[in-house]
Design a protein around this ligand. Structure first.
Ligand code: ASP
Length: 440
């Protein structure tokens, strides 16, 4: 007989923002008994003007730290939870929890401790509502005392603890060091906890429930009503996230990717919709040429010219050394015969400009250095591009017709992405033109 199916379901802040959302979550969980492990975020916004509990906690702690009045904010936070307790008729009292939290704030327990209480308290309420065990993330998600996440120890503790819980709620976003001090991941980090839990229990699927229909093919702020991506690979997701598409925390992919556990992005408010599935391989019949289009503004291109550069052994090594000594990572490095350009994030470059120029002069003695400080990068991602001819022609025709001047082209040799550099002011026009030509 095969093993029982296990699905880990992580719910984002807006999916658990109030009692009504809690009800939806319970219904979703009841629809599939395999959804045995649940990872909640802190209550998010109930409407666009509302505030996330995590933000309130940061603000409240800051007031306490500065010795200013923090009680009004603490009461507001408490009221968010109390409302859920009252509306759902839960038999939970948070009196003791809030007394501990207040004391810890006054004793300056740290910003990360403060922020983590959002998930911690929401986890207690959700476990009570679902009638299942609450596993405090501080017991199982491990950090070093300097706040560095400990991957292997976490996997060990989580696996061991969850092997003794058939169903459990594990709050997202935080963990603790051996002395019991709380540390958090970066913002949005409950996605990471969800992935870690999925790996530890060797889940068949990691469901990530949120308030959007899935990954959209491009930014809806630029293209009206873009299509949704139904399925993509981990590497396509990585390319799109890197270029600015945000639905999932970047660090949430690696624990499940290694294990081949697929991630399914779903919408709590429309559970009947199919969402976006992220997996290792896509069946040929599901492959589309273009998976997504994403981009970011504000890069700089530093172009170096030196006669007979191509014949100089080690030129690139020295070039990269100039950036390495200044601790700046580059994005792309398109080259000609006697010129080579390095594309870097503009703000960081500008902060280190003088030191970088000194390094370049010293290491390379170039004939000329030119700067283009007005560059946006637009990336078209799609594994399917490999097997379709004529995509590049359509790509460039679309940009030409939209009168977008292309400053740089870089096509990854694995043909999963093609990145172009355009002027910042052409950024949106380029994305719209590419979407219209390649997708619509
Ligand atoms: N509550 C945290 C945040 O707002 C973590 C999360 O929701 O994933 O960033």
């Amino acid at each position: 007989m095969g093993r029982e199916q296990i699905v880990v379901a992580k719910f984002g802040g807006s999916s658990l923002a109030d009692a009504g959302q809690f009800r939806k979550v319970k219904e979703i969980l009841e629809q599939n008994p395999a959804r045995r492990y649940v990872v909640p975020s802190a209550p998010g916004r109930r409407c666009s003007q509302d505030e996330k509990v995590t933000d309130l906690l940061y603000q409240c702690y800051e007031k306490a730290r500065q010795g200013k009045g923090y009680m009004t904010l603490l009461k507001r936070i408490r009221a968010r939870y109390q409302e859920i307790i009252d509306e759902l008729g839960l038999e939970v009292s948070l009196d003791r929890e809030f007394a501990v939290i207040e004391q810890a704030f006054v004793n300056h327990a740290g910003e990360q401790y403060a922020a983590s209480r959002g998930e911690y308290l929401n986890g207690i309420l959700l476990a009570s509502y679902l009638g299942c065990e609450f596993v405090d993330a501080a017991e199982v998600i491990r950090f070093s005392k300097d706040g560095v996440f400990e991957d292997e120890r976490t996997n060990f503790f989580l696996r061991d603890r969850l092997s003794r819980a058939k169903r459990a709620v594990v709050p997202g976003f935080y963990g603790a060091d051996d002395a019991g001090n709380i540390h958090t991941f970066s913002r949005g980090g409950s996605d990471v906890t969800g992935a870690l839990v999925s790996r530890a229990v060797q889940a068949d699927l990691y469901e990530n429930w949120t308030d959007v229909p899935g990954f959209l093919l491009t930014d809806p702020g630029i293209v009206e009503n873009p299509k949704k991506i139904s399925v993509m690979t981990y590497s396509e997701l990585r390319e799109l996230s890197y270029r600015g598409a945000t639905v999932l925390h970047e660090e949430a992919v690696y624990p499940v990717r290694r294990e081949g556990i697929s991630i399914h992005i779903r919408n709590t408010n429309q559970p009947e919709e199919s969402g976006t599935l992220i997996c290792r391989r896509i069946r040929p019949e599901d492959e589309v040429p273009i998976t997504g289009i994403a981009g970011k503004r504000n890069f700089v291109a530093v172009s170096i010219a030196k006669n007979r550069m191509n014949a100089q052994i080690g030129f690139c090594k020295k070039l990269l050394e100039a950036f390495e000594e200044n601790h700046i990572a580059f994005e792309h490095m398109p080259s000609g015969i006697d010129t080579i350009s390095v594309i870097l994030p503009r703000e960081e470059y500008q902060q280190k400009q003088d030191a970088i120029m000194d390094s370049l002069q010293r290491l390379l003695q170039p004939d000329k250095i030119e700067l283009d400080e007005d560059m946006a990068l637009v990336t078209v991602v799609g594994k399917g591009m490999r097997s379709v001819s004529g995509i590049a022609a359509r790509f460039f025709t679309a940009l030409g017709n939209a009168k977008v001047n292309i400053k740089m082209i870089d096509m990854g040799s694995n043909e999963i992405n093609c990145t172009i550099g355009v002027a910042n002011e052409d950024f949106e026009t380029a994305i719209r033109a590419l979407y219209d030509e390649l997708v619509e």
